[in-house]
Design a protein around this ligand. Structure first.
Ligand code: NAD
Length: 496
């Protein structure tokens, strides 16, 4: 069986904890690998290696760092299909979707190639007579990333591209469910000429995470995962004096106003609700139908459901793959059952879908109508191919619903009315807003992050916020006096 080790000091390193976890191919249900699960001591050793590497890496010139990023970018662009295939094998999402994930990760690398510009400070000449003041940004040292199963390539790239370009050493603890993409990225960094120890992978579970959170030499932790764990990471990490950004779960609403283009809204609901089997933090899980469009919209979505081709992600004909594990599939089917018992109208029940592959963790697309905010299918993040439709009478009710929700990651409005769309952007409590765009993931030169229970901390991920997060500011006040003018002055320094 394939064995997945750690990556420490620029090379694979077999684990010594004696603990391993299984890695499955969700499309077949077969175990395809075992992954080492690091002990606290192994994490400590990895951080020590990273600390050494960070000392040297921050002395590398901006142009040298930028050159490594450019080479990494070229290699990643050339080999992107290899990485996509790894993502499909361990995560299950279809190849085209995996390629899309890699492409969005690549954009973060491209952004980070501009590090000489991104690290520029500011300079004020003659702030006082003969005194100049300037600001610089410096790397933090060793920083860590803890990532979820659903984007095993893109989320690590969100973090590591900016962290490394800014001059830090980056320690990645990927999801133990699909860890191979992280090891593949490690090899690529080596090939790109990144010095050993600047990019580290420690595989593991809670034990490794807790060791990272407790380690005094880890200056910052960037986390993406579910809300309860995000909250735990934020509280534990900040209590240890670390800088933490912890992105959590989501319940993304798509509001459809009565004047929306019906076919486009139905297409968008299908794409954003069932793409990646609903295992996206930016998936649409609630359609809020306003007024008389509700009936025709539900019909239009229902009519499209049989067209979704479900199957092994390696088959180019497949559009929706399996869920990540048998346990997760059972959890999602449990939610469907709760929707039924709590009175939702079942338009399509994925449990009874025709033509599901006989092996693997597949589930058909489910559409529930007349969902109300007290139902569990509404309150909980399901993270599966289950779309709920909530019917409301007015725009005001729709916005109230979104704003009252615990989560505030992404949201979208579908309308032909520019004024309504602008009002929505003004009113809504969410970090990322789409106008006739169902999955408004910001491009790499903006930053990604939700509000409310979708993000703990105050810094969004990647882009300008990413640079801020992985660096700290220093302000220098400088005078080069003529020795003849020196005098003693015990008063507080003034500028005028
Ligand atoms: P998860 O919270 O179970 O795991 C995320 C990471 O935390 C993994 O590396 C895991 O090993 C670690 N972890 C798990 N349990 C832990 C514990 N008790 N103590 C310490 N560490 C622990 O999340 P997941 O199931 O891998 O990913 C899906 C979740 O991630 C969904 O809730 C989804 O919405 C969210 N997500 C959010 C975003 C975003 O940008 N907001 C992006 C992707 C995924």
């Amino acid at each position: 069986m394939n064995h997945i080790a750690h990556w420490i000091g620029g090379a694979e390193q077999k684990g010594t904890s004696g603990r391993v976890g299984p890695v499955y191919n969700p499309a077949t249900g077969e175990q395809i690998a075992e992954v080492d699960l690091a002990s606290g001591e192994e994490v400590s050793a990895a951080v020590a290696t990273a600390k050494e590497a960070a000392r040297a890496w921050r002395t590398a010139s901006l142009s040298k760092r930028s050159a490594v990023l450019f080479t990494f970018r070229e290699l990643l662009a050339a080999k992107r299909q290899e990485l996509a295939a790894i993502v499909t094998r361990e995560h299950g999402k279809v190849l085209a979707d995996a390629a899309g994930e890699v492409a969005r990760g690549l954009e973060n690398v491209e952004f980070a190639t501009g590090i000489p510009h991104l690290m520029k400070g500011s300079f004020s000449e003659q702030a006082a007579t003969g005194v100049d003041v300037y600001s610089i940004r410096q790397p933090l040292g060793v920083v860590a990333g803890i990532t979820p199963f659903n984007f095993p390539a893109m989320v690590p790239l969100w973090m590591c591209a900016t962290a490394i370009a800014a001059g830090n050493a980056f320690v990645l603890k990927p999801s133990e469910k699909d860890p191979s993409a992280a090891l593949w990225l490690a090899e690529l960094w080596r090939e790109a000429g990144l010095p050993a120890g600047v990019f580290t992978v420690v595989n593991g579970d809670k034990e490794a995470v807790d060791a990272i959170l407790a380690h005094p030499d880890v200056a910052a932790v960037s986390f993406v995962g579910s809300t309860p764990i995000a909250k735990y990471i934020y509280e534990t990490g900040t209590a240890q004096g670390k800088r933490v950004q912890a992105l959590g779960g989501a319940k993304n609403h798509m509001i459809v106003l009565p004047d929306a283009e019906l076919a486009a809204a139905a297409d968008a609901a299908i794409s954003a609700g069932y793409g990646a089997a609903g295992e996206r933090c930016m998936a649409i899980s609630v359609v809020v139908a306003v007024g008389e469009i509700a009936g025709p919209l539900v019909e239009a979505i229902a009519a499209r459901l049989p067209q979704i081709k479900i199957g092994d992600g390696t088959d180019p004909a497949s559009e929706m793959g399996p869920l990540i594990s048998a346990q997760h599939r059972d959890k999602v089917t449990g939610y469907i059952e709760s929707g039924v018992t709590q009175g939702a109208t079942v338009i399509a029940d994925g449990r009874n879908a025709d033509n599901l592959p006989s092996k693997g963790y597949f589930l058909g697309a489910t559409l529930l109508d007349n969902v109300t905010p007290d139902m569990t299918v509404y309150t909980d993040e399901i993270f599966g191919p289950v779309l709920s439709v909530v019917r409301v009478d007015t725009y005001a009710e729709a916005v109230e619903l979104v704003n009252a929700n615990e989560y505030g990651n992404g949201t979208a409005i579908f309308t032909r009315d520019g004024g309504a769309a602008r009002q929505f952007q003004f009113d809504v409590n969410a970090g990322m807003v789409g106008v006739n765009v169902p999955i408004p993931v910001p491009v790499a030169y903006y930053s990604f992050g939700g509000w409310k229970a979708s993000l703990f901390g105050d810094s969004h991920m990647y882009g300008p916020d990413g640079i801020q997060f992985f660096t700290r500011g220093k302000v220098v006040t400088s005078r080069w006096p003529d020795p003849g003018t020196s005098s003693i002055d015990l008063g507080f320094p003034q500028t005028r």
